[in-house]
Design a protein around this ligand. Structure first.
Ligand code: ASP
Length: 483
């Protein structure tokens, strides 16, 4: 019997996860509210400036109880952990995979001029696709104007519910930490001082720098001295790719858990409906981006767009389920190398760099969200100059966004600040889009991953490194002894 394709298995897992959550929410048991004591009492140190001096004191934070449905309680305790295990496993192999495939890839390229060419081309194309995404976003939000005429009561309701929520506060704190760094800090951060620390903390750009550095040095030392090291990374690369195959056997069950958890965690469907036109603008823009990628695939690489979608779909489905391009990276690499036919030396560089700096979906969302918030709160401030600033800051903000859930919203604060948005209104702005952020995050992560895969194909084609794929199965080399 023909085996069912992986993307179908994952899709079935997702659909069943959604159904399971809805059924649970519809039962009287599942919809009952339970009180959770979630945050225990604690203390925080508060620093104030009194008479020009910094005075520290302790402030008691009272224990907080949270009410959730029994369905959410059950799923977060008994179902979600399986999704977390899966994400942990993917993250576990991401660092060795980047290291091994990049070092092996660079040593295979055998030519520093080629590395430079690949690097410049990759960054150049990434900047262009991100700019296209932002321009599409701005075009849509200015045409549809989803923020115009939002009733005062809706704004008040959203404000009341989310302005002081932990989610919004968390984004504001993280954004403040980002902003405090100097203008060149992002550049300084690429150069590690302790590679073991970078590996431990999964600092992607630092690991990429180290792998490039090591790979280039392998090309500069005598071949017989370089060979043992290259062989080790070659072998490690094969092993980690096999780990991806094995972990993916678990994917259909993991997406069940992840999606069930997303559904039970949605809180207010009514608010969600109020934000529908904004949400549809983002989703519409993201669909246009997919069309843009498919045109590039078809025109430049001469591959069938449907074939491309089919090959990359498991990575897209995981991006949707995990909302993290970093967690999806091992699967993106496996699909692009083994199922699309991009050579390791290209995918090993283009994809990890892309997962970190190229976020077309995020930049499109940031452009739409920034203008939407202004349409609702400060419509008089929207002008051409503001939109031009958004183009550049959304480009930088998407580069600076971490490849983890809801990172795009943190950097949105910085986009809004750069256009002179009233700081006092920032929490209100974030509150406006907070309720619908998770589903949009899931969608934009799909685009982030698809964009990286498209660019890797383009770069590979331009360097003559796009070949016929040779898919591998997890048990290709497994020969159990006959007993
Ligand atoms: N979740 C996105 C990613 O991992 C980033 C974001 O837009 O929040 O690609």
């Amino acid at each position: 019997m023909k085996k069912m394709a992986l993307h179908w298995k994952i899709l079935i897992g997702m659909v069943l996860g959604v159904l399971f959550a809805f059924i649970l929410l519809w039962t009287s048991w599942g919809s009952e509210k339970v009180v959770l004591k979630e945050i225990p009492a604690s203390y925080e140190i508060v620093q104030e400036v009194i008479n020009g001096e910094i005075v520290s004191s302790f402030k008691e934070i009272k224990a907080k109880t949270v009410e959730v449905t029994r369905a959410e309680h059950f799923i977060s305790r008994w179902v979600k952990p399986f999704g977390t295990i899966f994400i942990n496993l993917l993250k576990l192999i991401a660092v060795p995979l980047i290291l091994a495939s990049l070092i092996k890839g660079i040593s295979d390229l055998k030519d520093i001029a080629k590395i430079k060419k690949m690097g410049l081309r990759t960054i150049g194309i990434y900047v262009v696709t991100t700019l296209v995404a932002i321009i599409i976003g701005l075009g849509i939000v200015n045409t549809v104007k989803p923020g115009e005429g939002m009733p005062k009561e809706t704004i008040e309701k959203i404000k009341e519910k989310y302005v002081n929520s932990d989610g919004v506060k968390d984004k504001m704190t993280k954004a403040a930490a980002q902003k405090d760094a100097g203008p060149l800090q992002a550049l300084v951060d690429i150069f590690p001082q302790n590679i073991f620390k970078s590996l431990g903390e999964a600092k992607m750009l630092q690991i990429i720098f180290f792998a490039l550095f090591l790979g280039i040095c392998l090309l500069l030392i005598p071949a017989e001295k370089a060979k043992p090291m290259i062989d080790i990374f070659d072998s490690l690369n094969e092993i980690v790719m096999k780990m991806v195959d094995l972990i993916m056997l678990f994917a259909p069950y993991a997406v069940f858990a992840l999606l069930a958890n997303v559904i039970v965690a949605f809180d207010d469907p009514e608010i969600l409906m109020k934000l529908l036109s904004y949400g549809l603008c983002v989703v519409g823009g993201l669909i246009l981006m997919i069309v843009f990628y498919l045109i590039i695939v078809s025109v430049y690489t001469k591959k069938s767009p449907l074939w491309f979608l089919k090959q990359i779909s498991p990575a897209q489905l995981l991006a949707f389920s995990t909302s993290s391009s970093a967690a999806t990276l091992p699967v993106t690499m496996e699909r692009v190398e083994e199922h699309i036919g991009v050579d390791k030396e290209v995918s090993g560089f283009v994809l990890p760099v892309g997962a970190t700096v190229n976020m077309d979906g995020t930049s499109l969302y940031q452009a739409i969200a920034a203008v939407f918030i202004m349409q609702v709160l400060t419509p008089e401030d929207i002008n051409f100059q503001v939109q031009l600033i958004i183009v550049f800051t959304a480009l930088l903000a998407s580069i600076g966004s971490a490849a983890v859930p809801s990172a795009g919203m943190v950097m949105l604060v910085i986009v809004l600040e750069s256009v002179g948005f009233d700081p006092a209104l920032l929490p209100v702005g974030l509150a406006l889009i907070f309720a619908i952020d998770r589903p949009l995050d899931m969608c934009r992560t799909v685009i982030n991953v698809t964009g990286d895969a498209t660019v890797s194909m383009v770069v590979a084609k331009s360097l003559g490194k796009l070949h016929d794929p040779k898919p591998k199965n997890w048990d290709d080399n497994y020969q159990p002894e006959e007993s």
